[in-house]
Design a protein around this ligand. Structure first.
Ligand code: NAP
Length: 343
């Protein structure tokens, strides 16, 4: 049987690669399961692979695209010897040229884990399995989408459809335009309110006649003169070729269809943490997020298992906060391993 890994990191967004950078520099020889580009929720690079311009990550005064940024994170982790699980086994050296896209390698997904036995078991595809003294879960959460064809096309091409107003709302593309947010929860109201800083007007498109958001947030939306709530409306198509020009709405009560001209559309219909493979293995909250044992650290209910990034954070969901949590998880893992005399 192969040697037991000191640290296995599951996920390859800002949290996963940052944990890898810190763990590699601490001589922990980390192994990353990055996820798989096709047929898996765990996408190499995570949510940033769906983001065009990132303008709020410190250190990039001119901005950077999400995929480019993740490529840089990965290269930095590999530079210090991070190993990657691929469909061929463990790659001690992943050959990357400046042009190699992050998703081109045959990366491994994790199908299951067993945290009941030590060393832990981490099982990938085709029976590929490793044993690990510690595991950092950094699988993230994926934004929910309506699933409309044109929504996806324009979201992937930077055509003015986004699932994160805080990430994208300040882009020049959206300034002075009429924008819309879909959803009726706290996120939708918060994002609509945020967008009023840049937009000439913000529509809040909600499928019912009552918001799900908390009372205080509801009042914030109702009292904001720039926000107009469109009740009982659900998008059935997104309009526009290269750039969004509007949204087609269906009235959920009357069935009537109408078009609303727009310069940008933001989805705020919830997130789904990627924790299906952790059920029964780790404490999760009702929404499926990993419960941290201590909110200031990365520890979980299982000693030696740590969590970082959006998988354990439904509040901030930013690349910079995820990276910070990845750093904490690697330091926590390093200290825990040292305490246990594993080096
Ligand atoms: P959420 O509370 O689950 O709300 C999702 C909203 O999207 C709901 O209004 C839902 O409509 C709508 N929706 C879902 N699927 C849809 C679909 N296919 N088509 C159209 N609409 C759809 O999610 P969230 O707003 O992201 O909040 C998640 C958690 O974070 C909540 O606990 C929330 O309180 C918390 N949070 C707190 C703050 C804050 O306190 N500042 C800010 C953000 C989030 P229905 O209402 O009809 O189900």
């Amino acid at each position: 049987m192969a040697e037991t890994e000191k640290v296995v990191i599951i996920g390859s967004g800002p949290a996963g690669w940052t944990a890898a950078i810190y763990a590699a520099r601490a001589n922990l020889d980390p192994l990353v399961f990055p996820g798989k580009a096709a047929g898996s929720d765990l996408v190499p690079g995570g949510q940033l692979m769906l983001t065009t311009d990132v303008e709020n990550y410190p250190g990039f005064p001119e901005g950077v695209t999400g995929p480019d940024m993740m490529q840089l994170f990965m290269r930095q982790a590999l530079r210090y010897g991070t190993r990657v699980a691929t469909s061929g086994g463990v790659k001690s050296k992943v050959e990357l040229t400046g042009d190699t896209p992050l998703w081109s390698a045959a990366f491994q997904n994790v199908e299951s884990v067993d945290f009941q036995q030590r060393p832990f078991r981490v099982v990938g595809e085709d029976g590929f399995e490793v044993r690990a003294h510690s595991v950092i879960v950094a699988t993230g959460a994926k934004a929910n989408w309506l699933g409309l064809e044109n929504e996806q096309r324009l979201a992937h091409s930077g055509g003015g459809v986004s699932a994160c107003a805080v990430c994208d709302g300040a882009l020049p593309l959206f300034r002075g335009k009429e924008l819309a947010v879909v959803g009726g929860g706290d996120s939708a109201v918060e994002e609509a309110t945020y967008l009023t800083k840049f937009a000439s007007k913000v529509y809040l498109i909600h499928r019912r006649d009552q918001l799900r958001a908390s009372k205080i947030m509801q009042e914030r939306a109702l009292n904001n003169k720039k926000i107009e709530i469109l009740w009982n409306k659900s998008p059935v198509d997104v309009l526009g070729d290269d750039l969004i020009t509007g949204v087609r709405l269906k009235d959920t009560v009357s069935g009537e269809v109408s078009d609303l001209p727009l310069g940008g559309l933001f989805m705020a219909i919830g997130h789904t943490p990627i924790t299906g493979f952790l059920k029964g293995q780790l404490d999760l909250d009702d929404a499926g997020y990993v419960k941290l044992a201590d909110p200031y650290r990365s520890t979980t209910n299982i000693e030696g298992v740590f969590a970082a990034g959006d998988v354990a954070d439904h509040v901030y969901r930013q690349a910079i906060t995820a990276a910070g949590m990845g750093c904490k998880a690697a330091i926590d893992a390093e200290r825990w391993l040292a305490e246990k005399g594993i080096d």
